[in-house]
Design a binder for this molecule. Structure first.
Ligand SMILES: Nc1ncnc2c1ncn2[C@@H]1O[C@H](COP(=O)(O)OP(=O)(O)O)[C@@H](O)[C@H]1O
Ligand SMILES: [Mg+2]
Length: 275
């Protein structure tokens, strides 16, 4: 459980990035943090594993304040995958990258086993002796994921995981996130990729100017015109299409986000004699 209580954060240069943010994320939840550039999304999630400590207020992880725990202790509970894999990777080889995390977090006896498991899971065995920097963008992302997930953290933070990823890599990520979530892990994703988020169907928390603007389901948040406008988000294509049908043709529900919902609404409308 992550509990954020009246959190404010000001960077050393005086930029206040978060203002009185309060929220709770329960174990096993799938949550997306959305909002415009500069809204404070990365600053917020960096508090979840102690990379940043509150200027005011508190962040509790499993009931313990993050300023009472070391980064190593927190990293065993909360894994953080950076937006840009290049900011995270540094070791000479893929294998050493994973070894480093495991050693750093205090794993000893089962280190070899965990390392091989992570290399296999992310299809990296063939690259184990290669430099992460000689790999493609998608492969580097997999190394970054493996180097965080090898420690089996209960909570996983993914900052803009789809940035720079093609459709196949995005689908792999979707599958991975769904699988980890179904295994009971808590997942927090920072993203402005609407179609990706609609597919995942998480709880959405919208941040604007360092404050929580709203917190709700995909259907509630991503079909609300004023929320979308305030947070510089564009609706999903299917939502936009349903709105256009409403404006130009016939009344339909305004809160459609998936093809299935649109199809169901059209069928109901036709059977109900709306056409
Ligand atoms: N290291 C830093 N020093 C000073 N200001 C920063 C730093 N990192 C981010 N900021 C500022 O804090 C605000 C929130 O940034 P960030 O959390 O990165 O937003 P987001 O992830 O939503 O794009 C922005 O105004 C940004 O310019
Ligand atoms: Mg960011």
């Amino acid at each position: 459980m992550i509990e954020v209580i009246d959190l404010s954060y000001t960077y050393p240069d005086g930029t206040t990035a978060l203002r009185d943010v309060s929220l709770k994320i329960s174990d096993g939840e799938l949550v997306a943090i959305m909002g415009p550039n500069g809204a404070g999304k990365t600053t917020l999630v960096k508090h979840f594993n102690g990379l940043l400590k509150p200027s005011k207020g508190k962040v509790l992880v499993d009931g313990v304040s993050t300023d009472k725990m070391t980064v190593a202790e927190l990293s065993r509970k909360v894994g953080f995958v950076f937006q840009n894999a290049d900011h995270q990777l540094f070791a000479e080889t893929v294998e050493k990258e994973i070894e480093f995390t495991l050693k750093n977090l205090g794993f000893q006896e089962n280190l070899e086993e965990l390392k091989v498991k992570a290399l296999e899971e992310f299809d990296l065995l063939k690259y184990r002796e290669k430099s992460p920097f000689s790999l493609s963008g998608g492969e580097r992302k997999r190394v970054a994921l493996a180097s965080v997930l090898c420690a089996n953290p209960k909570t996983i933070i993914l900052d803009e995981p789809t940035a720079g990823q093609d459709i196949i890599q995005k689908n792999n990520l979707l599958e991975l996130i769904r699988r980890f979530n179904s295994e009971g892990k808590t997942i927090v994703i920072v993203s402005h990729d609407i179609e990706f988020i609609v597919d995942l169907n998480p709880r959405i928390i919208v941040l604007v100017s360092g404050r929580v603007l709203c917190d709700g389901s995909v259907q509630h948040v991503l079909t609300n015109k004023s929320i979308l406008e305030y947070s510089s988000l564009t609706p999903a294509q299917i939502t936009e299409f349903a709105w256009r049908l409403c404006e130009e043709w016939t009344p339909l529900p305004r809160n459609i986000v998936t093809v299935d919902q649109l199809l169901a609404a059209l069928k109901e409308h036709i059977i109900g004699g709306g056409l």
